[in-house]
Design a binder for this molecule. Structure first.
Ligand SMILES: Cc1ncc(COP(=O)(O)O)c(C=O)c1O
Length: 439
């Protein structure tokens, strides 16, 4: 005899309105716009959305917070078969590569935070970028992107797209005439990073969105360095936002994840790519991401405040040649950042008055920030473009990009700013003094 389906919601196929499993029932919909937030949350502030949006309320146990659904598959029934047949399998729990309650919970939170209809989480930021670009760029299509890109995105566009029948041009997105001149009849997509790495140049989203709309192109924005607390790119005309959720969204340097967020129609297209690439996010990682997101607004406030203080200190230090932080008036894009970003975030790039080797000595003299790649965690991390993100380039190439010797990238954490400043001060004094004695 076949066993009865067991579910903490009762029979998942029953769909009884008002049965208590309202979260599930709301999501068992056919191409409805999401996120399925309660009325009281629609106009909620960022912290309220961080804490509450998407949380699955489990009527059976009354558990506070979304339980972990560490299962690969779900009981099938006539409604599941109908969903597959009629093309709304994304709205049913069938198999965890297709969808899982933990994915749905965190996806709803992200969609709410970005002010979007829909979202998808992935096994990494690169998985999100690959699925998004391949879903929105047809074979034969042309991608217009930036000269300032995260290395993984650059490698994917430069090395892989041609093998997949797509072409790409790299242009400085701040030179709008150059961008426009690079548009071809087969251009379909513009992809930019909101804050570039490592120089923290700000993309002029309204201008890029206007350009995209004039030429009927789609605009995808990688907002990893800013998070939805700093800017919601969809409100400035972007069609889709992608994130490396491994950074600020999760915020604790303990998982790798990605997200793509936008209209239900586009996200559905990306979902199909995610299915065939198998890049969905494991339920336990979703749980960690959902937990991390609950403090996103609080953390971003602290990152921003600390970074401002650290950048202001660095700017006055005699051994520092240049500080790049878009929250400082000295940053070339300060005015643009002021109009676009409500919080700049915690990334600072600075140049010491010295060589890359001296910068390495400085980093190794720091006691608080950890010498590690990545960013956006509660702990400060520090790295050097010359031996990490831009190691593949010659010194002359780096110089041409604006990355001069002595360049340091600092992801400011949420430690006490006085401790960070004290540590930077001692490292600048000791490392640079001892180096000049040796020289
Ligand atoms: C701006 C940006 N986008 C995308 C990625 C890729 O994300 P992940 O490492 O989660 O695949 C990174 C990673 O450093 C990044 O900095």
């Amino acid at each position: 005899m076949k066993s009865q389906p067991r579910s903490i919601h009762g029979d998942p196929r029953a769909q009884t309105p008002g049965s208590g499993a309202s979260w599930c029932n709301r999501l068992q919909r056919r191409r409805l716009a999401g996120p399925a937030l309660g009325e009281n949350l629609r106009n909620g502030g960022a912290s309220t959305l961080c804490v509450h949006a998407g949380t699955m309320e489990d009527a059976t146990t009354g558990a506070v917070g979304t339980p972990i659904f560490q299962n690969s598959t779900f009981v099938l029934g006539s409604e599941s078969y109908q969903a597959v047949e009629q093309g709304f399998a994304r709205d049913r729990f069938l198999y965890s590569r297709y969808g899982n309650p933990n994915q749905w919970a965190v996806q709803e939170k992200l969609a709410a935070l970005e002010g979007a209809e829909s979202s998808l989480v992935f096994s990494s930021g690169m998985a999100a970028i690959a699925a998004t670009v391949l879903a929105l760029l047809e074979p034969g299509g042309h991608l217009l992107t930036s000269t300032d890109l995260y290395g993984g995105s650059y490698n994917f566009f430069q090395e892989e797209l041609a093998n997949m029948g797509r072409s790409v041009s790299f242009v400085d997105p701040r030179k709008l005439k150059g961008m426009e001149a690079a548009i071809r009849p087969n251009t379909e997509l513009i992809f930019v990073e909101l804050l570039s790495n490592p120089l923290l140049k700000v993309a002029d989203l309204p201008a890029l969105a206007a350009l995209a709309s004039r030429h009927r192109l789609r605009l995808v924005v990688d907002a990893t360095f800013v998070s939805p607390i700093g800017c919601r790119p969809l409100e400035h005309g972007a069609d889709l936002v992608v994130h490396s959720a491994s950074k600020y969204l999760n915020g604790h340097s303990d998982l790798i994840a990605g997200a793509a967020i936008g209209s239900r129609k586009l996200v559905d297209r990306i979902w199909q790519r995610m299915l065939v690439f198998g890049s969905s996010l494991d339920p336990h990682a979703c749980f960690l991401l959902e937990r991390g997101l609950k403090t996103l607004a609080l953390r971003m406030e602290a990152h921003h405040r600390n970074a401002f203080q650290v950048a202001s200190f660095l700017q006055t230090h005699p051994k520092v040649r240049r500080v790049l932080f878009p929250g400082l008036e000295s940053h070339p894009d300060f005015a643009l950042a002021k109009g676009l970003l409500s919080r700049v975030g915690g990334m600072i790039t600075f140049e010491i008055d010295g060589t890359d080797e001296q910068a390495l000595a400085l980093v190794q003299a720091l006691k608080l920030p950890t010498e590690a790649t990545s960013l956006g965690g509660v702990e400060s991390l520090v790295s050097l473009p010359f031996n990490t993100s831009h190691a593949a380039f010659t010194a002359a190439q780096r110089e041409a990009m604006g990355i001069r010797p002595g360049c340091v990238r600092l992801s400011v954490g949420i430690e006490d700013p006085a401790d960070l400043i004290g540590d930077l001060n001692q490292a600048l004094e000791s490392a640079l003094a001892s180096h000049s004695e040796l020289a």
